[in-house]
Design a protein around this ligand. Structure first.
Ligand code: NAD
Length: 264
């Protein structure tokens, strides 16, 4: 008899599902039977993710949305309700590197853009999911922060980014307490360097006054002699946190970094 898949019948919203960690998580959760709602602001990216899920025999829909725009997030969950009538898992993962520059070179609009996407986007993704999650009677929310959220890279200029990632950890722990009575678990993954397209979202400036990427501690990951981790490794952790195997874990930041952050 075929073994039942771990997330059979569950519905998972995954933001940033068109690339990197979000895409790997979308494919992984779908393989375990979840119906995936793949969200990104790039239409082409998520259509590709959905096509790959369907080719592998899974079920998914694509919703194009900008996580920093409240009307988009409201419309997302209306679409989830209309299509599947329920929600069990939210992976609030989309994010950008944003501006990396010395503090006195960071313009307000650059700072604001990083905050709007990484922090306000997480708030909106989670806030508008709550009605459906509460209806389901239990749920799992997973947020992607970073090792930068708990330990700080030396002088890389990633001040705006790190501020949002630290705030995501505090956000996770606040709402884990608030939502415990609804049996909704909230955890936050803190990856170190992972091979993805994230560098494309970095706006580096005046790196002569901060460290060059080659000098970052990420170049010295102890477990792998400096080789970055993979999106699939993070996706495995997300699957675990989404599943009932993690039923007693909430409010927890988890590093996934080959001990990179121990060097910070
Ligand atoms: P990626 O660039 O490969 O993927 C990011 C995805 O988010 C893309 O699909 C992109 O279209 C989407 N996105 C960006 N802004 C959006 C918005 N406003 N609305 C909707 N979608 C949006 O990057 P990744 O490395 O997979 O990043 C995923 C998360 O992991 C981010 O939160 C990032 O900060 C975090 N992270 C990455 C690393 C790393 O080394 N790659 C390390 C630590 C944390």
């Amino acid at each position: 008899m075929a073994q039942e898949k771990e997330l059979e019948g569950r519905v998972a919203v995954i933001t940033g599902a068109g690339s990197g960690i979000g895409k790997a998580a979308a494919l992984r959760l779908a393989r375990e039977g979840a119906k995936v709602v793949a969200v990104s602001r790039s239409d082409d990216e998520i259509k590709q993710t959905v096509a790959e899920i369907e080719q592998a025999g899974g079920e998914a829909i694509a919703v194009t949305a900008d996580i920093s725009k409240e009307p988009d997030m409201k419309a997302l969950y209306e679409q989830v309700e209309k299509t599947y009538g329920r929600l069990d898992i939210v992976f609030a993962n989309a994010g950008i590197n944003g501006v990396w520059a010395p503090l006195d070179e960071i313009e307000l609009d650059e700072w604001q853009k990083t905050i709007d996407i990484n922090l306000t986007g997480t708030f909106l993704t989670v806030k508008h999911a709550l009605r459906l999650l509460k209806q389901a009677g239990k749920g799992s929310i997973i947020i992607t922060a970073s090792v930068n959220g708990t330990r700080i890279f030396t002088n890389t200029g990633a001040t705006a980014y790190s501020s949002t990632k630290a705030a995501q950890v505090a956000f996770t722990q606040m709402i884990a307490l608030e939502l415990a009575k609804h049996k909704i678990r909230v955890n936050v993954v803190c990856p170190g360097a992972i091979e993805t397209n994230i560098e494309e979202s970095t706006e580096h400036r005046h790196l002569d006054r901060v460290k060059e990427p080659a000098e970052f501690p990420a170049g010295k990951i102890p477990l792998t002699d400096g080789k970055p981790g993979t999106s699939e490794q993070v996706a495995d952790l997300v699957l675990f946190l989404a599943s009932d195997r993690a039923s007693h874990i909430t409010g927890t930041p988890i590093w996934i970094d080959g001990a990179e952050s121990l060097l910070l």
